[in-house]
Structures are given as C-alpha cells and as structure tokens.
Design a protein around this ligand. Structure first.
Ligand code: ATR
Length: 284
C-alpha cells in the first residue's frame, strides 16, 4: 500500500498539540504526525511549551483557535482539570487528564495512560490479565492510572509496593472498590515470593541517566513471571535485562507511550490508530 507522506497545510488543517513544561524532548509530535499522514488526515500536531502560569490562557486558546485535541503532560495533568467542561469518569477517579477532546468548544478531559498501558501489556506480553497476581512497584501518579486500569481487568490480586509504604496503602484504599488491592512497603515483598505472575515497575528507578539502578532485588524474580517496566529511556532497563537473563517474559515502556497516544488519536479522529506506523516513528 502506498502512503502519502506529504504534509498539506491549508485552511482545512485540523490542529493538535501537546502542552507541557518542558516539552522540547517530546516524541509525541513525531509519532502523531506520522499517524495523521498514514491515515490521510489533514492535521498537524505540534509541541506547545506552556508554563504553569499560562495554562489557563492556553486552554482558552484551544477553544478560541479550535484545536481539535491536545495532550497534556507534566506538570499540567492535574491542574488542567478545573479548566475543562467535562471530565471523563476514569480520569476523574484517577485524578489526572492527559488527553483533551474539543467538540465545538466543549472540552472533555480523558486519561489514556492507564488504559494505554494495559492495552500494551495485553498486546505485547500478557494477553490474559484476569486471574493473575500482580506486583506494582511505586505509588505515584503513573502507578495510579495503571492500578485503576489493571483492577478493571479482574486480576486475582494487585499488591502495590512502595518505598514510602503509607502512599502504597493510600493508593490501594482509593481503588479498593474495583478489585482486591493491598499496599505494602518494599521490605514486605519477600513474603510474596512465588506468589506473583506479573511485576510492573512504575518508578523512575533505572531511567536515563541512572541506568544501573534497579527497583527490586532481581534474585527475587522467577522464570515464569512477566516483568514490565514503564521506562522507555532506555528501552531495556537493568530490571528488564536481569529479568530476561532469569528467563522471565519482558515488556518495556515504549508500548504504553504508543497506546496512550493511540487512544488519544482514536478519540480525536474516530479512526483506528496505525500502531505499527507509530512504533516505527518512535524507533527511528
Ligand atoms: P510518577 O508520576 O512518574 O509516578 P511520582 O508521582 O513522583 O512520579 O512518583 C514517583 C514514584 O517513584 C513513587 O512511588 C516514589 O516512591 P516514594 O513514594 O517513596 O517517593 C518512587 N521512587 C522515586 N525514586 C525512587 C527511588 N530512588 N527509590 C525507590 N522509589 C523511588
């Protein structure tokens, strides 16, 4: 199939973008512009450097200039919420928005991070989450969306382990209505040995430039586990390398980034996202 990779910008071009601070290193414009071209959508997606004090004006600008959609990233995912007209139920429960859809001036906020992660895990590593026993390491903003989305997949249990145990217990309590959840300290994971099917690192431990760091003792891992890391810089963290060496199935963070963008693309355009085009754009 031949595809038109030329950008035609004219008065019909649909506007998209990502707001963040900093934003210069965002890979979203490259990924989304490729996706728009591949699907034949006359649109452009740009990076918008928005400081916290300018967020209100920027959102007013989305309405005024008729952007069809924007992503919001650090540090705006929480502060953008009161500036929108409607918040999707999942985003409200997670307490953060990463995707805004503009329907003729009415802005709705969604969170595609958690569902993006789960779709990536299922497509790329572990098709059946139902009945599985999951250990989530970390209890910050990233863990929140993921724990909520995982709980909806009917796992047998989710244990959240965090350096600060109290935060893990709070996160487990927040979502206890959605599934069997427990919050524990990192020192308590020893007692789960042999109990866990899927381990997910949501902390920044092991991220560039601290690539030799690891969030748990790899000797705790067993060959029948799936080990997943949200980090995608580097594509293979020390945790994933150690897990692979021990015979575990491994799953990196690039897929989460692709699928959170894929859901946003689908909400904005109504078209199925070209996943492999998006992956190819990121791997270049
Ligand atoms: P994010 O939105 O990326 O999740 P965050 O909300 O700041 O960022 O959360 C960071 C998470 O990584 C937390 O669970 C944090 O543990 P604490 O709650 O104890 O701070 C965890 N984390 C960050 N650096 C860590 C480190 N060096 N060792 C262990 N955990 C770490």
């Amino acid at each position: 199939m031949s595809k038109d990779t030329t950008v035609h910008i004219d008065s019909d071009t649909i506007l998209f973008g990502v707001m963040g601070d900093p934003i210069r290193h965002s890979k979203s414009p490259h990924m989304h512009n490729r996706a728009l071209r591949a699907k034949g959508v006359n649109g452009v997606y740009t990076a918008l450097h928005i400081k916290p004090e300018a967020l209100r004006d920027a959102i007013a600008g989305v309405r005024a200039m008729g952007f069809r959609g924007v992503n919001v990233t650090i540090p705006h995912k929480v502060n953008v919420m009161p500036l929108l007209d409607e918040i999707d139920e999942d985003a409200r429960l997670i307490g953060a928005v990463n995707t805004i859809v503009n329907d003729n001036g009415k802005l709705t906020g969604y969170n595609t991070d958690g569902i993006g992660y789960v779709r990536s895990l299922k497509e790329e590593a572990e098709p059946n989450i139902a009945g599985k026993r999951i250990l989530v390491i970390g209890a910050g903003g990233a863990a929140r969306g993921i724990v909520y989305a995982l709980a909806k997949e009917k796992p047998d249990g989710i244990w959240i382990a965090n350096r600060t145990a109290e935060k893990a217990r709070e996160l487990a309590a927040d979502f206890q209505a959605f599934g069997p959840l427990a919050g524990i300290g990192m020192d308590d994971i020893g007692s789960l040995h042999g109990e866990i099917d899927i381990v997910i690192n949501t902390t920044s431990v092991g991220m560039h430039p601290h690539v030799d760091a690891i969030s748990l003792d790899p000797d705790w891992l067993r060959p029948d586990m799936t080990v997943s890391d949200l980090i995608y810089n580097p594509l293979r963290t020390k945790l994933l390398n150690e897990a692979e060496r021990r015979g575990c199935r491994i799953h990196g963070g690039l897929g989460m980034f692709i699928y959170q963008g894929a859901y946003a693309f689908e909400y904005w355009t109504g078209l199925p996202a070209p996943i492999e085009t998006m992956r190819g754009a990121l791997l270049e």
